[in-house]
Design a protein around this ligand. Structure first.
Ligand SMILES: [Zn+2]
Length: 255
């Protein structure tokens, strides 16, 4: 009599285990260290990835009456991975950061959809612009890449439009005093080629880091002057400025 029992097959390693083995082998050829904690052999180690995923959800803020959704504080692994992606050419971190941007971005798009009228007027997602010099140096538009990757799965009913540009004289915001920041932030304009598209549309404005909100405020003003309705703002991180936290009047960001 032939047994109907099939021979027991050797247990195959799981895909995640195979992935770990592949990373171990890669680390032998290209030694690396975790960008956030310095642990050996991983560009961002398992613990730091877990810390990223487990960041608590932030309450929705308001910036001049507009909902402002943020993933987390500009600190820890979120900060380390963003700095590496933005300033060190570590483009491989795009997906990791996009996974963190996705939830607040989709929430903002849902909010904007309730203000949109009809399927032909799906919300428009607008990235805050970088200075052309920064983009040339970097070689890629980091925020556009992040937004595109965040919206790839699942495909969100929103249009991505690079509607804003910086105008001449704009410098980096880091290191400027509050008054200089406001003045510098206003050097943003709407591209003339998209003015007609923006008229009457609901917009979600996105940036990587929000500090005092001066840039977002300037972006919103420019978009609304072109006839758009900025319904929500989204940022991957929020960096609290010491002078803003000591004097709340210097920041109009609130919970
Ligand atoms: Zn780590």
């Amino acid at each position: 009599m032939v047994s109907s029992r099939l021979p027991r097959l050797p247990r195959l390693p799981s895909l995640s285990r195979l992935h770990e083995v592949a990373l171990d082998l890669a680390a032998l050829v290209w030694p690396t260290a975790c960008v956030a904690c310095g642990a050996d052999d991983r560009d961002c180690c398992t613990d730091c990835r877990a810390r990223l995923r487990e960041l608590p959800e932030m309450p929705t803020r308001e910036l001049d009456g507009v909902a402002c959704l943020v993933r987390g504080a500009y600190a820890g692994p979120l900060r380390a991975v963003l700095v590496a992606f933005k300033h060190d050419g570590r483009v491989g971190f795009c997906r990791l950061l996009a996974d963190e941007l996705r939830a607040p971005l989709l929430q903002a798009i849902r909010l904007a959809s309730t203000h949109a009228h009809g399927p032909s007027s799906a919300p428009i997602v607008v990235p805050m612009p970088s200075r052309p010099r920064g983009e040339r140096k970097r070689g890629y538009r980091h925020l556009d890449q992040l937004i595109a990757a965040a919206l790839r799965v699942p495909r969100a009913p929103a249009l991505r439009v690079r509607a804003l540009r910086t105008t001449s004289g704009r410098v980096g915001q880091v290191g400027l005093r509050a008054s200089e920041r406001e003045r510098n932030a206003r050097r943003i304009a709407v591209r003339s080629s998209v003015r007609r598209l923006l008229r009457g549309r609901s917009v979600v404005l996105v940036d990587d880091i929000i500090t005092t909100g001066a840039s977002m405020r300037a972006g919103r003003e420019a978009l609304e002057q072109a006839g758009a309705n900025v319904v929500a703002m989204v940022a991957l991180c929020i960096a609290e400025r010491r002078d803003a936290t000591e004097d709340p009047a210097k920041s109009r960001m609130k919970f």
